[in-house]
Structure formats: structure tokens, C-alpha cells
Design a protein around this ligand. Structure first.
Ligand SMILES: Nc1ncnc2c1ncn2[C@@H]1O[C@H](COP(=O)(O)OP(=O)(O)OP(=O)(O)O)[C@@H](O)[C@H]1O
Ligand SMILES: [Mg+2]
Length: 303
């Protein structure tokens, strides 16, 4: 059983999820922890490219298509001590469209991987299947850039995650009534009176007060952290506060910014050298910040 699962998500494409996953995995492996990076971006699998892995025998395709019985058969050794990789596939449906049973099986096998840390690089989007990996992870890191479009999508992701959590929570009691209310709350334009999670919960209390009380406890335990990537100015840094306030105002969650990562040409140069920035330019601002992120992840208290 891995001691820590870290899920890297980000609803917008190209915000740096795979770059961060690869460099963070190397930084954690360098501390002596047995680390496995798993490329769950099945449509656009590229973690192996960033890590400089040229060839491999098996990928997630082979696991899902049952060419191999267990996920650990798809483990690939890398040149980096303590770091192994599981490549994403291209022949199977993306995680977003993966059937429920298949996803459960995959989660089961991920949790059985023999290592200290697993890093999951997920595909862009806010599909429930992606959101679910945030819930199985001890550390969920939501990547955004300082751009407004990316921040809004990140906020939308948090809301989707809360509705997912509530849908599961209310499955046992008054499911139909709660589902109807959740669907209403999702349509903010038609139902502005339900535009915050608190307003939703107040309305839900009319259905079942006790169930809502325990839902509140579950929501309070959901603690996603943000990574603000490709930061260029002091103004960009302050967008961390913007997203924190937005989340607080509408969901009452105390989300925190785990780290801000600078926009750094070393990351671009690394792609051409097919050697991740943390190895090719370990003293670059991005690499130094990734090491700090690794330290924070390893010292974070597991929920
Ligand atoms: N801090 C940074 N500084 C400079 N360039 C960066 C930084 N982070 C990522 N990039 C660049 O941004 C591009 C997108 O990065 P990446 O592929 O990691 O994003 P992604 O979120 O995984 O994308 P996708 O949603 O397509 O999977 C790459 O060219 C990468 O080199
Ligand atoms: Mg990616």
C-alpha cells in the first residue's frame, strides 16, 4: 500500500500538470522515497516524454485491455533512482469516459502498488471520474495559472467536487429529493438563491437535517490545495488570494495555495533536452520551487 497518493489535477489544459508531476516525482524520489508516477491522462499521455523514457513494454492500455493481470506489470524503471513510471495508454477511453467498474479496479490496483509515494497525473477537465481521484488521494493538488479563465475553471472544479461528494453522501436517504436539489444548485443562473454551498445546505436541511449535518463534516474534511503555475509578476502571485477568497465565499472551504511556481524558460529548455528541468537545471527558479513543493507534500499531514 503506498503511504501517500498525490493527485495532480487541473481543469484547464496546458497549465502544467504533467510538467509538475514529472518534476515533483523526481524531487520526491531524490529524498529516498520509493516513488511511482502514473500517467492517467490517457488521451494525451506524455509523462514518459517529459521524463525522457523512450520505450516501454506495457502501459495502462495493456492493463485495461487485460493483456496483463496486475498494474504492477506495467511498471517501468527510469534512469532516476527510486522512480518508476506507469505510462498512459492511447487505445482505451480517457479516464473521463472510463466505465465505473473499470475505474474502481484501477483505483484498487493503484492502492496496491508497493512504494512510498504515488503521483497521479490526470487529464484536464472536471469530469466526475477525474474528481474521484482527488478523493482517493491524500493530497489533491489543483493546478491553475493566474489567468482568469484558468482560475474560474479551478473554482468550477471545486464546486463539481463538492456536488460529487454530496451526491454520494445523500445516496442512502431521500436520494431523489436531494438529487433534484443538487441539480437545481448546479444551474446557478436559474437558481441564484442556491448560489453558495451554504445556501444549498440550508435548503437541504428542510429534507433531512441530520444527513446535512454529516455532509457538512465531510465537506469540511475536503481540503484541496492550489498550485499557481507560470507566475510572472507580483500581481500574478496575488491571484492565489483571489481563488482562496472565491472558494471561501461560495463554498466556505478553507482551500490553501500550496505553492506558486514561476514561469521559467528552464522548463522549455528541458523539453528540448528531454531531461526534466529539475535535473537539467536544478538551481533554476522552477526547480528550486518544486523542491520546496516536494518538502511540503512530504511533511503534509495525511488526512
Ligand atoms: N512553470 C513553467 N514555466 C514555463 N513553462 C511551463 C511551466 N509549466 C509548464 N510549462 C509549459 O507549458 C506547457 C504545458 O505543460 P504541461 O504539458 O505540463 O501541461 P498539462 O496541464 O499537463 O497539459 P494537458 O492538459 O494537455 O495535459 C509545456 O510546454 C510546458 O513546458
Ligand atoms: Mg498533461
Amino acid at each position: 500500500m503506498p503511504k501517500k497518493v498525490i493527485a495532480i489535477v487541473g481543469p484547464k489544459g496546458g497549465v502544467g500538470k504533467s510538467t509538475i508531476s514529472a518534476n515533483l516525482a523526481i524531487a520526491i524520489a531524490a529524498t529516498g522515497k520509493k516513488t511511482i508516477a502514473v500517467d492517467l491522462d490517457l488521451g494525451g499521455a506524455n509523462l514518459h516524454v517529459i521524463l525522457g523514457v523512450r520505450s516501454y513494454d506495457y502501459s495502462l492500455d495493456d492493463f485495461v485491455l487485460k493483456h496483463i493481470k496486475t498494474l504492477d506489470k506495467a511498471l517501468i524503471e527510469t534512469d532516476i533512482p527510486n522512480l518508476k513510471l506507469i505510462c498512459g495508454g492511447s487505445k482505451i477511453p480517457d479516464i473521463a469516459n472510463m466505465p465505473f467498474q473499470q475505474k474502481l479496479k484501477l483505483i484498487g490496483h493503484i492502492s496496491k502498488l508497493d512504494c512510498d509515494v504515488v503521483i497521479l497525473d490526470l487529464s484536464a477537465g472536471s469530469a466526475y471520474n477525474v474528481v474521484d481521484f482527488m478523493f482517493i488521494a491524500q493530497i489533491g493538488l489543483l493546478v491553475t495559472t493566474p489567468e482568469v479563465t484558468s482560475l474560474m475553471k479551478a473554482y468550477g472544479f471545486i464546486k463539481t467536487a463538492i456536488f460529487r461528494l454530496l451526491t454520494f453522501h445523500f445516496k442512502e436517504t431521500y436520494a431523489d429529493q436531494f438529487t433534484e436539489l443538487i441539480d437545481k444548485a448546479k444551474d446557478v443562473d436559474a437558481n441564484p438563491h442556491l448560489n453558495t454551498i451554504e445556501k444549498f445546505l440550508k435548503e437541504a436541511e428542510k429534507i433531512d437535517e441530520k444527513a446535512v449535518e454529516s455532509a457538512r463534516n465531510k465537506i469540511a474534511r475536503f481540503t484541496p490545495s492550489f498550485i499557481i503555475n507560470m507566475v510572472q509578476s507580483a500581481r500574478d502571485v496575488s491571484t492565489g488570494m483571489v481563488i482562496q477568497n472565491l472558494v471561501k465565499q461560495y463554498t466556505n472551504l478553507n482551500a490553501k495555495v500550496m505553492i506558486t511556481l514561476p514561469a521559467d524558460e528552464a522548463v522549455k529548455r528541458a523539453l528540448f533536452k528531454t531531461k526534466p528541468a529539475i535535473l537539467s537545471e536544478p538551481m533554476s527558479p522552477f526547480s528550486v520551487a518544486i523542491k520546496e513543493l516536494a518538502y511540503k507534500c512530504m511533511s503534509a499531514v495525511v488526512q
